[in-house]
Design a protein around this ligand. Structure first.
Ligand SMILES: [Zn+2]
Length: 296
Protein backbone atom coordinates (compact mmCIF):
# COMPACT_ATOMS: atom_id res chain seq x y z
CA UNK A 1 0.00 0.00 0.00
CA UNK A 2 1.30 3.47 -0.83
CA UNK A 3 1.75 6.13 1.85
CA UNK A 4 -1.18 8.03 0.33
CA UNK A 5 -3.54 5.03 0.49
CA UNK A 6 -2.44 4.34 4.02
CA UNK A 7 -3.30 7.89 5.08
CA UNK A 8 -6.57 8.15 3.20
CA UNK A 9 -7.85 4.74 4.35
CA UNK A 10 -7.96 5.96 7.94
CA UNK A 11 -11.28 7.48 9.00
CA UNK A 12 -11.77 11.17 9.67
CA UNK A 13 -10.20 14.43 8.55
CA UNK A 14 -6.58 14.80 7.48
CA UNK A 15 -4.68 17.92 8.43
CA UNK A 16 -2.52 19.66 5.85
CA UNK A 17 0.02 22.36 6.66
CA UNK A 18 -0.31 26.16 6.60
CA UNK A 19 1.51 28.92 4.76
CA UNK A 20 5.15 28.65 3.78
CA UNK A 21 5.62 32.11 2.23
CA UNK A 22 4.50 34.16 5.22
CA UNK A 23 6.58 31.96 7.54
CA UNK A 24 9.71 32.45 5.44
CA UNK A 25 9.12 36.21 5.43
CA UNK A 26 9.15 36.09 9.21
CA UNK A 27 12.41 34.16 8.97
CA UNK A 28 13.98 36.93 6.89
CA UNK A 29 12.92 36.35 3.28
CA UNK A 30 12.91 39.73 1.56
CA UNK A 31 10.37 41.06 -0.95
CA UNK A 32 11.34 39.94 -4.43
CA UNK A 33 13.59 37.17 -3.12
CA UNK A 34 12.77 33.73 -4.52
CA UNK A 35 11.56 31.40 -1.71
CA UNK A 36 12.54 28.28 -3.67
CA UNK A 37 16.20 29.36 -3.58
CA UNK A 38 16.13 28.99 0.20
CA UNK A 39 16.04 25.21 -0.29
CA UNK A 40 19.79 25.46 -0.87
CA UNK A 41 20.67 28.80 0.77
CA UNK A 42 18.72 28.48 4.04
CA UNK A 43 17.64 24.85 4.18
CA UNK A 44 17.63 24.97 8.00
CA UNK A 45 14.99 27.73 8.05
CA UNK A 46 12.77 25.93 5.52
CA UNK A 47 13.10 22.75 7.54
CA UNK A 48 12.16 24.58 10.76
CA UNK A 49 8.85 25.65 9.15
CA UNK A 50 8.10 22.05 8.14
CA UNK A 51 9.00 20.93 11.65
CA UNK A 52 6.57 23.37 13.26
CA UNK A 53 3.71 22.23 11.01
CA UNK A 54 4.47 18.56 11.64
CA UNK A 55 4.43 19.20 15.37
CA UNK A 56 1.13 21.08 14.97
CA UNK A 57 -0.45 17.93 13.51
CA UNK A 58 -0.09 18.33 9.74
CA UNK A 59 0.06 14.99 7.94
CA UNK A 60 0.29 16.30 4.38
CA UNK A 61 3.02 18.92 4.00
CA UNK A 62 3.96 20.85 0.89
CA UNK A 63 7.54 21.25 -0.25
CA UNK A 64 8.94 24.77 -0.58
CA UNK A 65 8.79 24.59 -4.37
CA UNK A 66 5.78 26.75 -5.24
CA UNK A 67 7.87 28.78 -7.74
CA UNK A 68 10.06 25.84 -8.70
CA UNK A 69 8.93 25.48 -12.30
CA UNK A 70 11.28 26.65 -15.06
CA UNK A 71 8.97 29.52 -16.05
CA UNK A 72 9.16 31.19 -12.60
CA UNK A 73 12.83 30.32 -12.13
CA UNK A 74 13.70 31.81 -15.54
CA UNK A 75 12.62 35.25 -14.29
CA UNK A 76 15.46 35.01 -11.75
CA UNK A 77 17.96 33.52 -14.22
CA UNK A 78 17.64 30.13 -12.50
CA UNK A 79 15.92 27.99 -15.15
CA UNK A 80 18.92 25.64 -15.22
CA UNK A 81 18.42 24.80 -11.52
CA UNK A 82 14.95 23.19 -11.63
CA UNK A 83 16.27 19.74 -10.69
CA UNK A 84 18.57 20.94 -7.92
CA UNK A 85 16.03 23.21 -6.18
CA UNK A 86 13.11 20.77 -6.36
CA UNK A 87 15.14 17.74 -5.29
CA UNK A 88 16.48 19.79 -2.38
CA UNK A 89 12.97 20.94 -1.42
CA UNK A 90 11.63 17.38 -1.27
CA UNK A 91 14.67 16.10 0.63
CA UNK A 92 14.40 18.81 3.32
CA UNK A 93 10.81 17.84 4.08
CA UNK A 94 11.58 14.12 3.94
CA UNK A 95 14.48 14.62 6.37
CA UNK A 96 12.29 16.50 8.86
CA UNK A 97 9.56 13.82 8.71
CA UNK A 98 12.20 11.18 9.45
CA UNK A 99 13.71 13.25 12.26
CA UNK A 100 10.28 13.45 13.93
CA UNK A 101 9.74 9.72 13.30
CA UNK A 102 6.61 10.35 11.23
CA UNK A 103 7.55 8.13 8.26
CA UNK A 104 4.46 6.49 6.86
CA UNK A 105 2.26 8.88 8.85
CA UNK A 106 3.09 12.20 7.19
CA UNK A 107 3.39 12.72 3.46
CA UNK A 108 5.76 14.77 1.32
CA UNK A 109 3.58 16.63 -1.17
CA UNK A 110 5.65 17.99 -4.03
CA UNK A 111 4.30 21.49 -4.52
CA UNK A 112 3.69 22.71 -8.08
CA UNK A 113 2.42 26.30 -8.43
CA UNK A 114 1.37 28.26 -11.51
CA UNK A 115 3.77 29.06 -14.34
CA UNK A 116 3.11 32.77 -13.92
CA UNK A 117 2.41 32.91 -17.67
CA UNK A 118 -0.84 32.99 -19.61
CA UNK A 119 -1.40 30.00 -21.83
CA UNK A 120 -1.78 30.51 -25.57
CA UNK A 121 -3.89 31.92 -27.23
CA UNK A 122 -4.30 34.52 -24.43
CA UNK A 123 -0.57 34.47 -23.70
CA UNK A 124 2.65 33.11 -25.12
CA UNK A 125 3.02 29.83 -23.27
CA UNK A 126 2.09 26.86 -25.45
CA UNK A 127 0.19 24.02 -23.78
CA UNK A 128 2.87 21.52 -24.80
CA UNK A 129 5.62 23.72 -23.33
CA UNK A 130 3.68 23.94 -20.08
CA UNK A 131 3.34 20.14 -19.97
CA UNK A 132 7.08 19.73 -20.52
CA UNK A 133 7.93 22.31 -17.85
CA UNK A 134 5.63 20.79 -15.22
CA UNK A 135 6.88 17.29 -16.10
CA UNK A 136 10.43 18.43 -15.43
CA UNK A 137 9.48 19.81 -12.01
CA UNK A 138 7.39 16.77 -11.07
CA UNK A 139 10.23 14.43 -12.04
CA UNK A 140 12.65 16.29 -9.76
CA UNK A 141 10.17 16.36 -6.85
CA UNK A 142 9.63 12.61 -7.18
CA UNK A 143 13.38 12.03 -7.38
CA UNK A 144 13.72 14.00 -4.13
CA UNK A 145 11.18 11.75 -2.40
CA UNK A 146 7.70 13.22 -2.95
CA UNK A 147 4.88 10.80 -2.04
CA UNK A 148 2.31 12.80 -3.95
CA UNK A 149 2.20 15.89 -6.19
CA UNK A 150 0.06 18.87 -5.12
CA UNK A 151 -0.82 21.32 -7.90
CA UNK A 152 -2.03 24.54 -6.22
CA UNK A 153 -3.15 28.17 -6.48
CA UNK A 154 -4.24 27.65 -10.07
CA UNK A 155 -6.65 29.97 -11.91
CA UNK A 156 -6.71 28.47 -15.41
CA UNK A 157 -8.18 24.97 -15.77
CA UNK A 158 -6.10 24.40 -18.92
CA UNK A 159 -2.95 25.08 -16.93
CA UNK A 160 -4.08 22.55 -14.32
CA UNK A 161 -4.60 20.06 -17.14
CA UNK A 162 -1.05 20.78 -18.36
CA UNK A 163 0.30 20.22 -14.83
CA UNK A 164 -1.67 16.96 -14.45
CA UNK A 165 -0.40 15.75 -17.84
CA UNK A 166 3.13 16.79 -16.96
CA UNK A 167 2.96 14.91 -13.66
CA UNK A 168 1.64 11.85 -15.49
CA UNK A 169 4.64 12.00 -17.83
CA UNK A 170 6.88 11.91 -14.76
CA UNK A 171 4.93 9.10 -13.09
CA UNK A 172 1.89 7.16 -14.21
CA UNK A 173 0.93 6.25 -10.65
CA UNK A 174 1.79 9.05 -8.23
CA UNK A 175 -1.35 10.48 -6.55
CA UNK A 176 -2.17 14.07 -7.53
CA UNK A 177 -3.98 16.70 -5.46
CA UNK A 178 -5.13 19.77 -7.39
CA UNK A 179 -6.51 22.97 -5.88
CA UNK A 180 -7.56 26.20 -7.55
CA UNK A 181 -7.97 29.69 -6.08
CA UNK A 182 -11.53 31.04 -6.20
CA UNK A 183 -10.86 34.65 -5.26
CA UNK A 184 -12.87 36.58 -7.86
CA UNK A 185 -16.58 36.72 -6.99
CA UNK A 186 -16.66 32.99 -6.31
CA UNK A 187 -14.67 32.09 -9.42
CA UNK A 188 -10.98 31.90 -10.22
CA UNK A 189 -9.28 34.92 -11.77
CA UNK A 190 -9.84 33.22 -15.13
CA UNK A 191 -13.55 32.77 -14.47
CA UNK A 192 -13.61 29.07 -13.52
CA UNK A 193 -16.47 28.03 -11.22
CA UNK A 194 -15.86 25.54 -8.37
CA UNK A 195 -18.35 23.01 -9.76
CA UNK A 196 -16.74 23.18 -13.23
CA UNK A 197 -13.28 22.67 -11.79
CA UNK A 198 -14.46 19.80 -9.59
CA UNK A 199 -16.12 17.94 -12.47
CA UNK A 200 -13.07 18.33 -14.72
CA UNK A 201 -10.52 17.35 -12.07
CA UNK A 202 -12.59 14.35 -11.07
CA UNK A 203 -12.71 13.23 -14.69
CA UNK A 204 -8.93 13.57 -14.99
CA UNK A 205 -8.56 11.11 -12.16
CA UNK A 206 -6.89 13.22 -9.47
CA UNK A 207 -6.79 11.70 -5.99
CA UNK A 208 -8.22 14.80 -4.27
CA UNK A 209 -9.34 18.26 -5.34
CA UNK A 210 -10.50 21.54 -3.88
CA UNK A 211 -9.56 25.13 -3.17
CA UNK A 212 -6.63 26.98 -1.64
CA UNK A 213 -5.74 30.61 -0.89
CA UNK A 214 -8.47 33.19 -1.66
CA UNK A 215 -10.48 35.52 0.54
CA UNK A 216 -10.79 33.52 3.73
CA UNK A 217 -12.85 30.66 5.16
CA UNK A 218 -16.34 32.01 4.40
CA UNK A 219 -15.72 31.98 0.66
CA UNK A 220 -13.93 28.64 0.95
CA UNK A 221 -17.02 27.18 2.59
CA UNK A 222 -19.12 28.12 -0.46
CA UNK A 223 -16.49 26.58 -2.74
CA UNK A 224 -16.57 23.29 -0.81
CA UNK A 225 -20.38 23.20 -0.78
CA UNK A 226 -20.50 23.67 -4.57
CA UNK A 227 -17.81 21.06 -5.18
CA UNK A 228 -19.48 18.59 -2.84
CA UNK A 229 -22.72 18.94 -4.77
CA UNK A 230 -20.91 18.50 -8.09
CA UNK A 231 -18.78 15.44 -7.20
CA UNK A 232 -20.24 13.60 -4.22
CA UNK A 233 -17.55 10.94 -3.91
CA UNK A 234 -14.43 13.04 -4.47
CA UNK A 235 -11.98 13.70 -1.64
CA UNK A 236 -12.24 17.46 -1.09
CA UNK A 237 -9.49 19.78 0.06
CA UNK A 238 -9.83 23.16 1.80
CA UNK A 239 -6.72 25.25 2.39
CA UNK A 240 -8.03 28.73 3.12
CA UNK A 241 -6.13 31.90 3.86
CA UNK A 242 -6.42 33.32 7.39
CA UNK A 243 -9.13 35.72 6.26
CA UNK A 244 -9.19 38.07 3.30
CA UNK A 245 -5.88 39.81 2.57
CA UNK A 246 -5.73 43.43 3.79
CA UNK A 247 -3.13 45.99 2.76
CA UNK A 248 -1.65 47.81 5.76
CA UNK A 249 1.25 50.24 5.15
CA UNK A 250 2.13 48.45 1.93
CA UNK A 251 2.17 45.00 3.55
CA UNK A 252 -0.43 42.26 3.12
CA UNK A 253 -1.86 41.07 6.41
CA UNK A 254 -4.28 38.28 7.33
CA UNK A 255 -6.22 38.75 10.51
CA UNK A 256 -8.13 35.53 11.25
CA UNK A 257 -7.06 34.15 14.63
CA UNK A 258 -6.45 30.43 15.30
CA UNK A 259 -9.86 30.17 17.00
CA UNK A 260 -11.60 31.61 13.95
CA UNK A 261 -9.82 29.15 11.67
CA UNK A 262 -10.65 26.29 14.01
CA UNK A 263 -14.36 27.09 13.80
CA UNK A 264 -13.99 27.39 10.02
CA UNK A 265 -12.29 23.99 9.90
CA UNK A 266 -15.26 22.46 11.70
CA UNK A 267 -17.66 24.00 9.18
CA UNK A 268 -15.52 22.96 6.20
CA UNK A 269 -15.42 19.40 7.52
CA UNK A 270 -19.20 19.37 7.94
CA UNK A 271 -19.58 20.65 4.37
CA UNK A 272 -17.59 17.71 3.02
CA UNK A 273 -13.91 18.69 3.14
CA UNK A 274 -11.66 15.80 4.12
CA UNK A 275 -8.20 17.37 3.85
CA UNK A 276 -8.06 20.65 5.76
CA UNK A 277 -5.15 23.05 6.13
CA UNK A 278 -4.35 26.72 5.68
CA UNK A 279 -2.83 29.05 3.13
CA UNK A 280 -1.48 32.62 3.37
CA UNK A 281 -1.39 33.98 6.92
CA UNK A 282 -2.00 30.66 8.64
CA UNK A 283 0.78 29.61 11.00
CA UNK A 284 1.47 26.54 13.15
CA UNK A 285 -0.84 27.90 15.90
CA UNK A 286 -3.71 28.04 13.39
CA UNK A 287 -3.02 24.50 12.17
CA UNK A 288 -2.81 23.16 15.73
CA UNK A 289 -6.18 24.75 16.59
CA UNK A 290 -7.73 23.42 13.38
CA UNK A 291 -6.39 19.92 14.06
CA UNK A 292 -7.86 19.99 17.55
CA UNK A 293 -11.23 21.16 16.19
CA UNK A 294 -11.69 18.48 13.54
CA UNK A 295 -9.84 15.51 15.01
CA UNK A 296 -11.40 15.43 18.45
ZN1 LIG B 1 -2.41 31.63 -0.15
Amino acid sequence: MTAWQNLINQPGAIIADGAMGTMLQQAGLKAGELPTLWNVEHADRVRAVHGAYLAAGARILLTNTFSGNRFCLAKHGLAARVDELNIAGARILRAEIEAQKKQGEALVAGDIGPSGELLSPLGRLLFTEAVTGFAEQARALIEGGADIIWIETMADLEEVRAAVEGTRKASAAIPIIATLTFDTHGRTMMGVKPETAAAALNEWGVAALGGNCGNGPDEMLTVIEKMHNAVRDAILVAKSNAGAPELVNGATVYRAAPGTMAEAARQLRAAGARIIGGCCGTMPAHIAAMAKAVLS
